[in-house]
Design a binder for this molecule. Structure first.
Ligand code: FCA
Length: 349
């Protein structure tokens, strides 16, 4: 009987302590849940920072350099950088959705088409993502620049004028007669920065008395080297009377396409003169060739400012609510085979 009672009591005591423990666990569970609720109420402040960097042409060295410097910012500040190549509108929109799903807080973008501006702004709002454009300023449906999205680009027209002035200076050094020089503008006019860059060069040439009739457009279908090769080929076929050619375009890739087309028609570094814009690997590879080519130089622009600074600004915007300046325009410096190391050093590259 005694043992039975003891056993019964024991059982009871066991069950009482189990209940107690359960209650303790329940309470602990509740307070943990409350703690998590508390944290999630401030989740935007406590979530690790994740920033997207979306570029239209991931295969182009310029954009690879931008990513490289964005990664430097990510390492310094300890945020996650999500690099996505967005060659078309569809890929771009799904990249933004993807960033939203990954709980990123913002992204930097160089879009494949500036006319996607309003759609990008809407998608960013929908996912509560901050957006910052780089290189190519976004436009609304009316073709106006979207000034509500902070932007960092190059001072396109000024850099174009620098290209034109540098071409003229070199024409003079070589003693070419202006009448015998054809000027090829590799045009990609649907992109405003491309038009501004190349029109800056045209205006500088015109202002110095370059014969207007010798200014010829080679129109790009796509902004890459192959398209530039084809566009230049058409011009060179139609305009076979020039003794010399000068070549300029929106970037090194475009200019290099035209240089290759001119080489195929036996123009050499002595009879052509081309200056690009960029100064990334495409230009450096050209300078590294054993013999000088028709690619005389490139106006170096800063992938560090466009990659590192934009990422830093985005980070500050997310973490300290410090909004980036509405518009930042960066400058360039002519880089040639002979001064490339100094100029790149000046740029901190
Ligand atoms: C544009 C061009 C790139 C680069 C950048 C600064 O996006 O496509 O090649 O020049 O501007």
């Amino acid at each position: 009987m005694k043992t039975k009672l003891k056993t019964a009591l024991n059982i009871q005591s066991i069950s009482t302590s189990t209940q107690k423990r359960r209650r303790i666990f329940q309470l602990a569970g509740l307070s943990l849940a409350a703690l998590f609720c508390g944290i999630s109420a401030f989740s935007s402040a406590a979530d690790p920072v994740k920033i997207g960097f979306l570029v239209k042409q991931a295969e182009e060295p310029w954009f690879q350099d931008e990513w490289k410097y964005a990664e430097q910012a990510a390492r310094e500040k300890g945020f996650t950088l999500v690099k996505i190549g967005v060659p078309n509108g569809e890929k771009l929109m799904s990249a933004i959705d993807n960033l939203g799903a990954q709980k990123a807080q913002g992204f930097i973008v160089c879009a494949p088409d500036v006319k996607l501006g309003s759609a990008i702004e809407r998608a960013a709002k929908r996912h509560q993502l901050k957006v910052f454009s780089v290189d190519d300023q976004l436009q609304d449906g009316k073709g106006q620049a979207i000034t509500s999205i902070p932007h960092m680009g190059i001072s396109a027209y000024e850099i174009g004028k620098q290209v034109g002035a540098s071409l003229l200076a070199e024409i003079k050094t070589r003693g070419w007669k202006l009448q015998e020089v054809g000027a090829m503008r590799i045009a990609f006019d649907q992109l405003p920065t491309a038009r501004e860059r190349t029109m800056g060069a045209v205006d500088a040439l015109k202002a110095s008395g370059f014969p207007v009739a010798n200014l010829i457009d080679a129109n790009l279908v796509k902004s890459d080297t192959e398209s530039a090769y084809n566009a230049a080929n058409i011009v060179l076929t139609k305009q076979s009377s020039f003794k010399h050619w000068i070549i300029f375009g929106m970037n090194d890739e475009a200019v290099l396409g035209a240089v290759r087309a001119a080489e195929a028609r036996k123009f050499t570094q002595d009879t052509m003169l081309a200056i690009g814009i960029g100064g990334s690997k495409s230009a450096l590879n050209e300078f590294a060739k054993p013999k000088q080519t028709g690619f005389f130089g490139s106006v170096l622009i800063s992938p560090k400012r466009h990659g590192y600074e934009t990422s830093m600004m985005m980070y500050e915007w997310i973490s300290s609510n410090r909004q980036p300046p509405a518009l930042t325009l960066t400058s360039g410096t002519l880089m040639t085979r002979s001064n490339q190391h100094d100029v790149r050093k000046q740029f901190g590259l």
